[in-house]
Design a binder for this molecule. Structure first.
Ligand code: NAD
Length: 678
């Protein structure tokens, strides 16, 4: 087999070149080739400096993920990099594209780094539940300081060449089209000087002088890091770089790395990495299906969802026409959109020019005729079948042929909605999540007649507006809300049987959700759908409304809220729930947190199994994608179906039985066969 690494001489400079498409991953042959290249340079007196660069679209973009979990093959990346750094002839990394993970570690082991302006550099291992494992956590802080290293190692977002230069990670930014020549010139300028080894740097002493930076960093990123092992290990590793010798620091890094590699979180996060990519594929839609150009989008309804949906397209530079029935609602809706953009600008994440740019793409109207030339119209009116059918009948009349007509319905039957049109092939569900301009998930609901090009176009469009998409078949609540209903039903039952409602919320918080169902109710408003008739109270929620408890908006719902929105359980609510339970003749008992957790989560897994059996989801991992992106299921457990496999499906079935809940045929079958979900 020919090596992916070759060398070329340019006078007294040896250029080591990797050609390992598509991303120059650091597989065994690449590592071996790098080590041999350095040996060649060291063994040749006429060579006085070395440049390392890559062919193709990028510098080394990371480890070879297909080698994960396999027996390590020599040389390891740390071995290859130590050899490289030990050279007494200057070694320069010439970076274009993305120097990520192992690629960044290669650059760190080089004595100098030059990059083109468009290059990006970073250590995203933490996003797969890991930390860098080839001394990245030890070389980086010694080179740029602990404070600058922390976000790179513990948050994992790549930075631009310019930013990298500002923190001292890049020595020089070179011409976009003259990387090799400029790198060779740079290398030559270092000939005869003592080389600069990152491992011998002292910038990490900032963390010794001011040890508070670690706690400050944790405090600033607490929410992002909550529950995740890897960012905490990353902080520990960077801290160790200041406290230990380089050799001991590297040992510490290895220890932390191995713990993470063998733990469940990283397995779950690697599962998710592939799950998100798999969710993009619609099994029976050919990859070369022609797409429908989407140059103008219509949105019906400028309420909570319509406004957020419109923002997605405006932000992506696609003109939107938004329609309401009345001017007042239209004005309210568009002013909320403007306010949201202005708030983003205030936080520095958008310029006022960009705000005006986005708003300039928005047209508001009361007249359906203005939607005639839209390529896609998304309906987000009230959740009512008759209203939706009227809207679709009207759209069918006025919107040009070949345009896609989508509904944002949460639960309703998309096939029935499609019957209101003469073009059911062009109808589907595009189910956004609230707030629609923020939440990542887009459930693409495939109707019985939805055409391939409509599906393929929607999938592509999802990417364009920065969403993570998953396809669902038509069933009540689709994938996400169908499973949510099971959880909510159990939550309601649990509090009728004596569980404290705050324990129900806390169990989910402890599991890693951002909030529990009753907190969620308070946030969304308990009075959604409240009929305002205190004499007709049939549910706990209605009883709360009758008592003037509408949620966070008026300072009391299930919880009492203080000015900082801290929640305290309410005696009044406890009494309301107890009265309800008594009226229904429910015996009250103490319910353990274990029981609460099992009763909330196992029925969701069971429903997920039914969804798979009915082929409403294409694959178990799509369900994980839905729950992680749409409902805050903790990423580090891999999503409900992956988590169930970790727990053991036999344990899930046993748990359901213990609590008198039915286990589906499909779940039992998988459990009996000793399988998990794939
Ligand atoms: P909303 O009440 O905030 O907004 C609905 C808007 O539609 C209102 O402004 C109303 O004036 C307008 N409208 C009603 N009938 C209309 C018609 N015939 N023509 C034009 N405009 C009309 O409701 P929402 O929360 O935005 O929900 C809209 C849809 O999105 C529903 O189907 C809902 O199930 C779904 N959805 C809601 C959420 C959520 O969390 N709120 C999440 C996902 C999906």
């Amino acid at each position: 087999m020919t090596s992916p690494i070759r060398t070329e001489r340019h006078g007294d400079v040896l250029v080591i070149i990797s050609d390992n498409p598509p991303v120059n991953a650091l597989g065994q042959a690449v590592r071996a080739g790098l080590a041999t290249g350095v040996e060649q340079a060291l063994g040749d007196d006429s060579i006085r400096a070395v440049v390392i660069r890559c062919d193709g679209r990028t510098f080394f973009a990371g480890a070879d993920i297909t080698e994960f979990g396999k027996a390590p093959q020599s040389p390891s990346l740390p071995e290859a990099l130590d050899k490289l750094e030990a050279s007494d002839k200057p070694v320069v990394a010439a970076i274009h594209g993305t120097a990520l993970g192992g690629g960044c570690e290669v650059a760190l082991a080089c004595h100098y780094r030059v990059a083109v302006p468009s290059a990006k550099i970073g250590l995203p291992e933490v996003k797969l539940g890991l930390i860098p494992g080839a001394a990245g956590t030890q070389r980086l802080p010694r080179l740029v300081g602990a404070e600058a290293a922390l976000p790179l190692v513990a948050v994992g977002d790549p930075i631009s060449a310019k930013k990298a230069q500002a923190i001292g990670l890049i020595d020089e930014i070179v011409g976009e089209d003259s990387l090799e020549a400029d790198a060779i010139a740079f290398a030559r300028s270092k000939i005869g000087q003592a080389v600069s080894r990152s491992s011998e740097g002292t910038a990490n002493e900032d963390g010794i002088r001011n040890p508070d930076i670690f706690d400050q960093f944790r405090a600033q990123n607490g929410r992002k890091m909550r529950g995740f092992d890897a960012p905490n290990a990353a902080v520990a590793a960077v801290k160790a770089a200041g406290e230990l010798s380089y050799a001991d620091g590297v040992k510490k890094e290895r220890e932390l790395f191995m713990q993470l590699m063998n733990g469940t979180q990283s397995k779950a996060m690697r599962h998710y990495f592939f799950a998100e990519r798999a969710a993009n594929k619609i099994n029976d839609v050919p990859a070369d299906t022609p797409l429908i150009p989407i140059n103008k989008v219509g949105v019906i309804g400028a309420g909570t969802m319509g406004g957020g949906i419109a923002m997605n397209f405006l932000s992506a530079g696609i003109p939107v026409t938004i329609l309401e029935m009345q001017q007042e609602a239209l004005d309210r809706g568009t002013s909320v959109i403007r306010k949201n953009y202005e708030n983003t600008a205030k936080r520095g994440r958008m310029t006022m020019e960009q705000v005006e740019g986005a708003m300039g793409l928005l047209t508001s109207t009361l007249d359906y005729a203005d939607l005639a030339d839209c390529d896609l119209v998304i309906e987000a009116v009230y959740e009512n079948m008759d209203v939706k059918k009227q809207v679709f009948a009207k759209l069918d009349e006025v919107v040009k042929q070949g345009a896609i007509l989508a509904s944002n319905t949460s639960y309703l039957n998309v096939d029935e909605i499609a019957t209101a049109t003469q073009r059911p092939g062009y109808v589907l569900g595009l189910h956004f999540f609230s707030p629609a301009n923020v939440m990542k998930l887009l459930e693409i609901v495939r109707g019985a007649n939805t055409r391939d090009d409509v599906l393929a176009t929607s999938m592509k469009l999802a990417k364009k507006i920065g969403k993570v998409a998953a396809v669902s078949g038509v069933c009540p609540g689709f994938i996400g809300n169908r499973m949510l209903s099971q959880r909510q039903a159990q939550a309601n039952k649990l509090i009728m049987e004596g569980a404290n409602y705050w324990d129900v919320d806390d169990v989910l918080l402890e599991f890693g959700f951002p909030m529990g169902p009753f907190q969620m109710g308070d946030l969304a408003g308990i009075d959604i759908g409240w009929h305002r008739d205190p004499s007709k109270v049939t549910t706990v929620r209605e009883a709360l409304c009758a008592a003037g408890r509408f949620g966070q908006k008026n300072g009391k719902g299930f919880y009492d809220y203080d000015e900082a929105r801290n929640r305290t359980p309410s005696d009044e609510v406890k009494q309301i729930i107890a009265d309800f339970a008594a009226r229904e003749g429910n015996a009250q008992r103490d319910i353990s947190k274990d029981e609460i957790r099992e009763r909330l989560l196992y029925p969701m897994v069971n429903e997920g199994a039914k969804i798979l059996e009915e082929k409403m989801a294409q694959r178990a991992s799509d369900i994980d994608v839905v729950w992680i992106n749409g409902y805050g299921w903790p990423l580090y457990t891999g999503g409900p179906m992956f988590w169930a496999t970790t727990v053991g499906l036999d344990a899930v079935v046993a748990g359901l039985e213990k609590h008198g809940l039915p286990a589906s045929h499909y779940l039992r079958q998988k459990a009996d066969a000793g399988n998990g979900f794939d």
